[in-house]
Each structure stands twice: as C-alpha cells, then as structure tokens.
Design a protein around this ligand. Structure first.
Ligand code: SF4
Length: 460
C-alpha cells in the first residue's frame, strides 16, 4: 500500500522573533520529509515565494521564511538558489507608484523594486541565494501536457532547468479563487499578459494547468500572519495564525491549509478540487497524514470574500443609486469586475449607465449622456444592434468610455481611473494618497510583528 501524503503543521504563539521563525520552518520541513538527498549535491534550486505587491506580510510572504528555506536548501547541498517571483497585477500599488507619477508607463513597481523594498533581496543574499524578477528571466514557450484551459505559455527557463523546485505561498483569502495557497501561487511565474488575462471564470483551471508545467517538489506555507476578507491584496485584513506548514504534495498542503482556515470541505476550493481531479496530488483530507500540530489546534474561521458568503448579484445589481446597470450574458468574472467598477463610480456625484455582457437589454434611451455611458468587457464591446450604434456614435465624437479586455481586469480599472481624472472627478494625488494609506496600514501593521523591518523604498 502506498504511503499517505504528509502535511506538517507547526504552530507557535506570538511574538515570533527571527530564530523562532527559522526553527518553525526547519521543523515543518523535517516533519514533511526533509530536503536532504532530494536533489543532487551542487544542484540548482528554484524557489517561488508569494511577493504579491509592495506590501509586507500578510500580503507577501515573510522574508525570514524565505531566507530560512534558502538556508535549508544550501545545507542540503545546493550550490545555487534562485528566488524567482513576478509581482501581482491586481493591486492599487501595482497601478500607482507614489514615488513617481501615477501616469502611463511609470505606474506601479517592478518585482526587483518590490523584493528590495520588502527586504527580501537582502535576506536572500545573506542566506546564500539570489533573486530574480520574472520580467527579467529568460522565457521559453511551453506546451502544457494535459492543459485544459491553458495550453501554451511563456515560462521562466530557470524554473524548468532547476534540479529542485520549492513553492512558498502565503495563507490568504482571494476574491476570485476563495483562497490562495500553493496551487494559485505559481501564477506569478507567468508574464504580465499571461496573468492579466487568466482572471476569467476558468481561473481555477488555469492555475492547475500552470502546475502541470512543473509541479513543485516541496511546498512551505507561510501562515504566520494570514489574510482574510477581500484578499489577496489591500482589501484584506491580517489574522494571527502563527503557523508554518510543509508538504511534498502541493494539493494535500492546500487541502489541509484550507481546513486550517475554517473551510470544512476543502473541495469547495476550485484549485484543490481540480488539481485533485487532474491527478496533481491528494485533495481528500481522509487520505492525508497530518504531522506535528493538528488542524484543530490551529484552525481559525477566516472571513471569506463577500462574494463567497452571499450571492454575487447582491453586490452588483440594485446597489448604487447613481448607476444604471445593464448587464446580460456576462460570466461571473465580469460580474465581479462590475462590482469593482461600481464601487469606484459610486463615489462620483454624477449618474452613469454601465453596460456589461454580450446581451444586455437596453432601453430606447439611456438616462445619461454618452460621456456617462461606460462599456465594460470585450463582450459589451462586441454586442450588436443598438449598442453598436451607440459605440459608433461615441467613436465619432471621440468619447472613449470603453473598458476592454476579457476579462476586463486591472487594466480596465486603470483606464476608468484615467477617465475619471479626465472628467475632473479624481486626481492623481487622490490615487497616490489612497495608495499611501494602504501602505501605511500594512507597513505599520507588520512593524508590530517585526520591529527590525524597515522598508527600502527607492525610485526605480
Ligand atoms: S468579456 Fe465576456 S467572456 Fe470575457 S469575462 Fe466578460 S463576460 Fe466573460
């Protein structure tokens, strides 16, 4: 009979100093089977942490967890360790860099800047590793064997070539995948285009397909401070968990981690269910051996994103008095993006018509003029009949209110911000102020856990 996959759980109470964190990582890795003998002496190990944005934990993995894994890998005989990551496309800080103008190409931070700011570069180099941004990595085109939603991608060659591959996700909730753990974390290895346009209603399958390119050999989960609520970025809130988990089976790790987050049936998490179905690992908690601390000792019922606790339409239709929403034939991702667009428009003291989906039923006349008529998503931009006539008229008059993309992801929000700036309803300063408020909340929050941390903010 084959052995059950093992997932280790190591829990400790706060405050947690660096040596304690290192001891937790060491213990979790050992309990999950250790790294000794897993790769050739003198080999190259690639590590993919979750450095989601220019924010410290709980939004990104703790640099001390990454450095601990680098040290363990070096002890196990690696001659080269590369920590590779591509920062998320889905945060305000990605859209706005307060150190620069928030306009055009200067928006946002590069991965190299984020790694430096969070102290990851320094911690990794001191531990004997090197860092690499996905933007700067050599890519190869890969055909994904068994891909269902994703078939061909540009992928960092260094990960394919590595002797061993370790995934270090954070423990967070996520508005589009319910939670983000190990399976979801590998999305950061795709280039920006690949990441943007995977955020559709087949996102879970996309994430699983990325794992088919190269399944991590080992996963170490940073659950010291988790994120709950409208994650995985600025919309979430920190929760003290004090947990490090590890496993050689990435699906088993996600399965048990979601139970630690209070999700009773781990197969309601799409990435776990599909990865289990597609044979990437074990998603059945009854077939997994938990070692170290128990799920019961660490479990906290984290608040899930609101779209997982109440019907999605309840945050979209009939909510804002200043928005006339015409939505029809739209998939769940466009519904979610509609909620985000509405949240921004609701703060503007004017009335808007918002058109979403391939077949919205529109009246003979909108209550708003064309300057206040917004099309969201490629489907709305392709809808025929009267909607085509309206778009043609807008084109003729030079009125661009078209938030394209399938899905209309963060790029649509950037364009909406630009439109509102052009209309005089928003200023770059307000965006910067908002970004700085978020930054202060997360910087100050993390400093209460690690007084040795200082952000290294530089112009890039
Ligand atoms: S543009 Fe159309 S297909 Fe694409 S996410 Fe929106 S509704 Fe779905």
């Amino acid at each position: 009979m084959s052995e059950k996959p093992k997932v280790s759980i190591v829990k400790k109470g706060f405050p947690l100093a660096t040596p304690e964190i290192e001891a937790m990582v060491r213990k979790a890795v050992e309990l999950a089977g250790g790294l000794a003998g897993r790769f050739r002496k003198g080999g190259h190990v690639a590590i993919k942490p979750n450095l989601f944005a220019p924010y410290p934990p709980p939004i990104s993995v703790d640099r001390r967890v990454i450095a601990s894994v680098v040290r363990l890998v070096r002890e196990a005989g690696a001659s080269r360790v590369t920590v590779i990551e591509g920062v998320s496309v889905g945060t305000l800080m990605k859209r706005v860099n307060p150190e620069l103008s928030s306009s055009g190409a200067q928006r946002g931070f590069s991965t190299a800047a984020v790694m430096k700011m969070l102290g990851v570069t320094k911690a990794v180099e001191e531990a004997g590793g090197e860092v690499l941004g996905v933007e700067d990595a050599e890519k190869v085109t890969v055909d994904i064997k068994g891909g269902m939603a994703l078939h061909r991608v540009a992928y960092p060659k260094i990960v394919l070539d590595a002797d061993y591959f370790i995934n270090i996700p954070a423990m967070k909730t996520h508005t589009m995948t319910m939670v983000t753990l190990g399976i979801k974390n590998l999305q950061g290895l795709l280039d920006e285009k690949g990441r943007y346009f995977s955020h559709r209603d087949d996102l879970d399958q996309h994430m699983v397909d990325i794992n088919k390119i190269r399944l991590p050999d080992f996963t170490v989960l940073d659950g010291l401070i988790a994120l709950e609520g409208m994650g995985a970025g600025e919309g979430g809130n920190a929760v003290e968990m004090g947990v490090i988990m590890a496993s050689r089976d990435p699906v088993a790790l996600d399965c048990i981690a979601s139970q630690c987050m209070g999700i009773e049936n781990p197969l309601v998490v799409g990435t776990t269910r599909i990865a289990n179905h597609d044979g990437l690992g074990c998603g059945n908690p009854f077939l997994i051996e938990v070692v170290g601390d128990s799920i019961e000792q660490v479990r906290k019922k984290l608040t899930l994103p609101v779209n997982y606790t109440q019907p999605l339409e309840s945050i979209v239709t009939g909510v804002y008095p200043n928005i006339d929403l015409y939505i029809g034939g739209a998939c769940p991702t466009c519904w979610l993006m509609t909620a985000m667009v509405e949240a921004i428009l609701s703060k503007v003291p004017e009335r808007f018509s918002l058109i979403v989906g391939i077949d919205p039923k529109i009246p003979p006349r909108f209550a708003t003029d064309l300057r206040h008529t917004i099309f969201l998503g490629e489907c709305a931009l392709a809808a025929g009949g009267d909607l085509r006539e309206i778009r043609n008229e807008m084109q003729l008059r030079g009125i661009d209110r078209f938030l394209g993309g399938c899905p209309p992801y963060e790029q649509a929000l950037v364009k909406l911000e630009d439109i509102l700036i052009g209309m005089g309803h928003l200023s770059e300063q307000e965006l910067i102020h908002k970004a700085l408020e978020h930054r202060k909340r997360f910087f100050d929050g993390y400093k209460t856990y690690d007084s040795t941390w200082e952000p290294q903010i530089e112009l890039v």
